[in-house]
Design a protein around this ligand. Structure first.
Ligand SMILES: *Cc1c(COP(=O)(O)O)cnc(C)c1O
Length: 476
């Protein structure tokens, strides 16, 4: 088959590793020849490309004989998936400009793609602002969306040219008056976030009865109130929360107008998930059009929606403990210890209430070894007794082995799954993979116990249309 631009991007991938925010270890695309096996080092579907990247990397690692760190957990990021999410956004929310919430996933390759796609950025700290500014992003595309800002950071922000920022209390208004009186302010209001995964309105957002006082004080201080912001909670599930927040926001616009303000921007925050996006976006788009005339600029701050499904994490089994069968006729089970855990990229278990699903990536107990599945997720044996289409019976019926899965630290809380089943006999040196690891994972990892908080990311791009946006990564 004659090579075409499409083949080049879909059959190959660049490998980048992340050290001190620089790319190193770039492997040229010519290293990636399609192998004879189905998935090995090639593939056209997104899953095949991710599988190929996973295999290619772990083939270079012999966990029994490698340098410390070579067997570390690593990510495969499919930038094509980020692009597809962006297209969904553009299609369903054409009026709303996304400002990606950097806290969700500050991966540099991801941020560069989003920059090229024309997204703005929601930053909450000096480091986040610096990271985005260092990419050359226009300060007008950045919103400092933290209603309670560190004074020294705010002073620095003056120099960066970032003007848009949120506030939700009177003390912050005095602070801003003192340090950055020309800032463009967005009044953050609280929302009903009771149906969300991670609530935010218990911490931030002015209640509607505080709005008159805040607007009046801003006026008295001569500050520039430019808009309204809200967040319905991360992992939101109630479209009505958006509807109510939009109505409240409209009321703030009206109240501000009475004081002589002409608010021009509404910031709808984040909270979107891939699964509920279609329903939520339909409600949001309708509510926005109903309450706000076309000249009002509408932005949002999605995080999870863009990144969750784009990142797959592979972890190495570093130790195994055999739990002997009990006298009652139970089967042998194992405790597996991996080199990543809740103090690392699985911080999402604690902070983001996630239940990552382990899947076997390579098991030395089978001939070819690779187990990465390219069939749709819903049909893959999750190891939790799913019998989606009858292909995978309940583990007990198949005499599957019971495992518990642990992270590497010395803390008993460092448990990824207390009960998981597989028909594979997993041993030290084997690999597991976890999908949907792109939101609130690496960003909240720690160095606890001396284990690394930074992990290599291998990028693939499964979307030919995104090829032009995914720059050829080069050695820095
Ligand atoms: C966390 C956060 C976001 C992103 O939320 P998602 O649920 O990931 O979309 C957006 N805006 C603010 C102010 C946040 O704190």
């Amino acid at each position: 088959m004659a090579p075409s631009a499409t083949d080049i991007i879909t059959n190959n991938y660049d490998v980048l590793s992340l050290k001190d925010k620089d790319y190193v270890d770039t492997i040229s695309v010519s290293d990636y020849e399609s192998g004879a096996e189905t998935v090995k080092y090639g593939g056209k579907t997104p899953k095949e490309m991710i599988g190929a990247a996973l295999q290619k990397h772990i083939d270079t690692v012999d966990p029994q004989d490698c340098e410390p760190g070579d067997e570390d957990a690593f990510f495969v990021a499919d930038l094509g998936e980020v692009y597809r999410q962006h297209m969904r956004w553009k299609q369903q929310l054409p009026r709303i400009t996304p400002h990606f919430a950097v806290k969700c996933n500050p991966d540099p390759g991801l941020l560069r793609l989003l920059d090229k796609l024309g997204a703005g950025f929601d930053c909450a700290s000096k480091a986040e602002i610096d990271q985005v500014r260092a990419m050359g992003v226009d300060p007008a595309r950045i919103i400092y969306a933290n209603p309670c800002k560190t004074t020294s950071y705010l002073k620095r922000t003056v120099k960066t040219g970032v003007k848009q920022m949120t506030f939700d209390n009177t003390d912050e208004l005095y602070k801003i008056k003192h340090i950055y009186p020309t800032a463009e302010l967005f009044l953050r209001i609280c929302t009903d976030d009771s149906a969300s995964l991670c609530r935010l309105s218990n911490k931030f957002g002015a209640s509607m009865d505080k709005v008159p006082q805040l607007l009046a004080l801003a006026k008295e201080l001569g500050l520039d109130v430019a808009g309204v912001a809200f967040h319905v909670g991360s992992g939101a599930s109630d479209p009505d929360a958006f509807r109510k927040a939009i109505v409240d926001a409209r009321s703030v616009f009206d109240q501000a107008a009475v004081l002589g303000y002409q608010l021009h921007t509404l910031d709808c925050g984040g909270g979107f998930t891939s699964d509920t996006f279609d329903d939520m976006s339909a409600v949001l788009a309708e509510a926005v059009d109903k309450e706000f005339p076309p000249h009002v600029r509408i932005i949002a701050e999605p995080g999870r929606f863009y990144t969750s499904s784009a990142f797959t994490l592979a972890c190495n089994v570093i130790a195994r403990r055999t739990v002997e069968a009990d006298n009652l006729g139970g089967n042998t089970s194992y405790m597996l210890y991996m080199n990543d855990g809740v103090y690392g990229n699985f911080s999402s278990i604690i902070f983001d209430h996630q239940h990552p699903v382990p899947r076997v990536l390579r098991s030395q107990s089978c001939v070819d070894g690779y187990k990465y599945s390219t069939i749709p997720e819903s049909l893959v044996d999750s190891g939790y007794g799913s019998d989606a289409d009858g292909t995978f019976a309940h583990p007990r019926e198949k005499k599957a082995i019971t495992y518990s899965i642990w992270g590497p630290t010395c803390d008993g809380i460092d448990c990824i799954s207390s009960e998981w089943y597989s028909t594979e006999t997993l041993d030290i040196g084997d690999w597991l993979y976890f999908e949907d690891m792109g939101a609130y994972t690496m960003c909240s990892a720690t160095k606890f116990n001396g284990f690394p908080d930074k992990h290599k990311t291998i990028y693939v791009c499964s979307e030919p249309a995104a090829a032009g946006f995914v720059e050829p990564y080069t050695r820095v």
